[in-house]
Design a protein around this ligand. Structure first.
Ligand code: PRP
Ligand code: URA
Length: 259
């Protein structure tokens, strides 16, 4: 039996254990199966380009958690916030691209030849404006050849529904797409952006965020069960204004100093 994201929405003790377990494992899907005795079981998540089971990966590397902790601090000013976001995104993306296709090659070394591996995939990064821009430079540094598309979405403050104001995507057919948005709150923006990317028939999509709320995970899992999510944190819930708590506030404002 598959467990649904809703099972950990309230962080009830039994299910919370699953999240905690996940924290101990660098790369585990959130418990989608039960073993033969009916006990919940963790299973590896699939990364971008990978055929394995998709799921949610909590990147619990101590450095990632260190960076996240500093991002949460309300005293962190925008210039530092931008640097920390980029560094944390490097850690998240390393996990998200783990499953990309590779090829074996021979290398002419200075002393002798050796066999090596090269990533053999055409990558596209799609930051969701504005806040996703803070994650883009990490990807362009890791993958200088990456193509970049943009999706502009802004949540309506009352309905919390994403309003689309910009879209410029390169061809994504047969390519591997990383959708970047630091906050997965209600999941409306993430889901809409993922749907927009899917129109172009990519080979795979991975959603990379900094903090995810149970509500957003549930929405993504319902709308896009084929898209793995990579996050540094699963926070408790949304507040009455649709902000993630504890979260880190309005990410875009903190990134661009527009508070
Ligand atoms: C934030 C964030 C996500 C969205 C998440 O953007 O960057 O895109 O909210 O919320 P959701 O999961 O409920 O859709 P916002 O709309 O504040 O725009 P901004 O990035 O321009 O600040
Ligand atoms: N957008 C943000 O920037 N922060 C939240 O907590 C939720 C949506």
């Amino acid at each position: 039996m598959f467990l649904r994201a809703g099972d950990y929405a309230g962080l009830r003790p039994a299910k919370y254990q699953l999240v905690k377990k996940t924290r101990c494992c660098m790369r585990q899907a959130l418990c989608r199966t039960e073993d033969s005795e009916g006990n919940p079981e963790l299973r590896s998540a699939g990364g971008i380009g990978e055929d394995a089971a998709v799921g949610l990966t909590l990147v619990d590397h101590p450095l990632a958690q260190h960076l996240l902790t500093s991002l949460r601090d309300s005293k962190t000013p925008p210039p530092v916030f931008r640097t920390l976001t980029k560094r944390l995104t490097l850690a998240l993306v390393l996990e998200a691209v783990r499953g990309l296709p590779t090829k074996e090659v021979s290398v002419d070394g200075p002393l002798e030849d050796s066999q090596g591996i090269l990533i053999d995939a055409d990558l596209v990064a799609v930051p969701i404006l504005r806040a996703g821009l803070g994650m883009l430079e990490a990807v362009t540094e890791l993958f200088p050849e990456v193509a970049v598309g943009y999706i502009g979405l802004e949540r309506d403050e009352a309905s919390l529904e994403p309003q689309s104001y910009y879209r410029k995507l390169p061809p994504v057919r047969g390519r591997h797409v990383l959708v970047l948005d630091p906050m997965l709150a209600t999941g409306g923006s993430g889901s809409a952006a993922t749907a927009a990317v899917k129109e172009g028939n990519p080979s795979s999509i991975a959603f990379v965020c900094v903090v995810a709320a149970p509500e957003g995970i549930r929405k993504m899992e319902a709308d896009h069960p084929d898209v793995p999510i990579f996050t540094a944190a699963i926070d408790r819930q949304l507040n009455e204004r649709g902000y993630i708590v504890p979260g880190l506030g309005d990410f875009g404002d903190r990134l661009f100093g527009t508070e």
